[in-house]
Ligand binder design. Structure first.
Ligand code: ZN
Ligand code: ZN
Length: 414
């Protein structure tokens, strides 16, 4: 199906005449690409005709038609490149959640000015990942960790202006915490998803400063283990014995939840969880948004699956066509026979999985703590050589601490 080509312009469907006029007169000073039509009839035709990249849509359009229009836009595959910003009359979490769940890409509270409209435009297509920690099992220090970083697993994911997700709380989370303190005084509203409660994925939670800052709202979720809820596992780690500060010291509004494998939606973003091959209940995550996708699969052992199991086929299906696959590559192939049932993968089985799943990029991640930067280089060489041999089209890369990637463009930003 041909997608409607969008032009880099804005269509403002605003029911409030004074707000519409204010923006129209501001934009007349030098922003010709903003259209504020007065007649609000034939809305779907206006949307199709304008072919604007972004539509700002007043939730209070006369006749309560805004949500109907949003639903029509979302149901039309040809219009999938159009971003919709819902203009809400209240600044409440409730109106934001309602708009995002209905398929809006962003929310802007009234009254607003042109600067705020333009600020939304700057981030409306944002789908970024940042590697805050890329090592496995234990942090690494010393000169052999300087290029790829020495912190354990932590991945940041930012969608649009204010949807912030974190995957895992290894020591990389402290680096993110410091970044948030420096950039915005520790303000953070977002969601933390843990793959499983092994130390290298959980032990930095107490060092995440936003938990201690009043006004922040943070959701913390991960898989339960047997009868123990995820909340119970967090309380256990911060019970005053293993760590001196308990969760009672959190100043933020923190909510807890058990995560199970299957399809979930958070803030209008699709997140699917997959039960991995690892001791305990460990989940891999796949995030789909804006027609792009990222999969975060660690810790996971591909090499010792019983012959009668369809685990690898199901995982390849789960990962089918993903733009970015981040996968545990703890071992060289020659090391793996000594590490069977440790719950981690060797390089070649990961490359074969990526090939079967037709991924866009493969990031090697979560390395054996005995491996320094040079070993990571060597693993990357081996992964690339095998991908070439298989005739695979994806690019192999090493996840590097501090790097941010634009998933929409497939490019490294910093
Ligand atoms: Zn691990
Ligand atoms: Zn583990």
């Amino acid at each position: 199906m041909t997608k409607t080509e969008t032009k880099d312009r804005i269509l403002l469907l605003e029911g409030d005449e004074s707000q519409r006029q204010a923006i129209a007169s501001e934009s007349a000073k030098g922003l010709p690409s903003l259209f504020c039509p007065k007649p609000l009839a034939g809305l779907m035709e206006q949307v199709a005709d304008a072919a604007a990249r972004v539509i700002f849509l007043d939730e209070e359009l006369p006749g309560d038609v805004a949500y109907e229009l949003l639903s029509d836009i979302r149901a039309n595959d040809k219009l999938e490149r159009i971003r919709v910003v819902m203009l809400t009359s209240g600044n409440s979490e409730e109106s934001r959640s309602k708009a995002l769940a209905a398929g809006a890409d962003e929310v802007l509270a009234k009254p607003y000015n042109l600067d705020q409209v333009m600020a939304v435009m700057d981030t409306v297509d944002r789908f970024h990942i940042t590697f805050w920690g890329a090592r496995g099992t234990l942090p690494l220090s010393g000169e052999n960790s300087l290029r790829y970083g020495g912190n354990t697993s932590c991945l940041g994911l930012d969608i649009g202006r204010d949807r912030h997700f974190i995957f895992d709380a290894g020591t990389g989370l402290r680096k993110y915490s410091r970044h948030l303190l420096e950039a915005q005084g520790g303000k953070f509203n977002g969601r933390v998803f843990i793959t499983h409660p092994h130390w290298d994925h959980l032990n930095c939670l107490p060092f995440f400063a936003p938990f201690f800052i009043p006004g922040n709202r943070i959701s913390l979720m991960g898989p339960p283990q047997g009868e123990r809820s995820f909340r119970n596992l967090i309380d256990g780690q911060m019970d005053g014995i293993y760590f001196p500060v308990t969760v009672n010291a959190f100043g933020a509004d923190v909510t807890y939840g058990d995560m199970l494998d299957g399809q979930h939606w958070f803030d209008g973003v699709s997140l699917r969880a997959f039960h991995l091959s690892h001791p305990g209940y460990c989940l891999g995550y796949r995030i789909d948004h804006f027609g792009r996708s990222v999969a975060y699969i660690t810790d996971n052992e591909l090499g010792n699956i019983p012959p009668d199991s369809d685990f690898v086929e199901r995982l390849a299906q789960f990962l089918q066509g993903v733009d970015v696959l981040i996968h545990d590559t703890a071992y060289f192939d020659h090391e793996y026979p000594a590490k069977i049932n440790w719950g981690h993968s060797n390089v070649s089985s990961v490359v074969r999985l990526a090939h079967a799943a037709k991924v866009g990029k493969l990031f090697l991640f979560h390395h054996d703590p005995e491996h320094g930067d040079e070993d990571l280089d060597l693993k990357l060489d081996k992964a690339t050589a095998l991908a070439d041999e298989l005739g695979a089209e994806f690019e192999c890369l090493n996840a590097c601490e501090g790097d941010t990637w634009d998933v929409m463009k497939g490019e490294k930003i910093t």
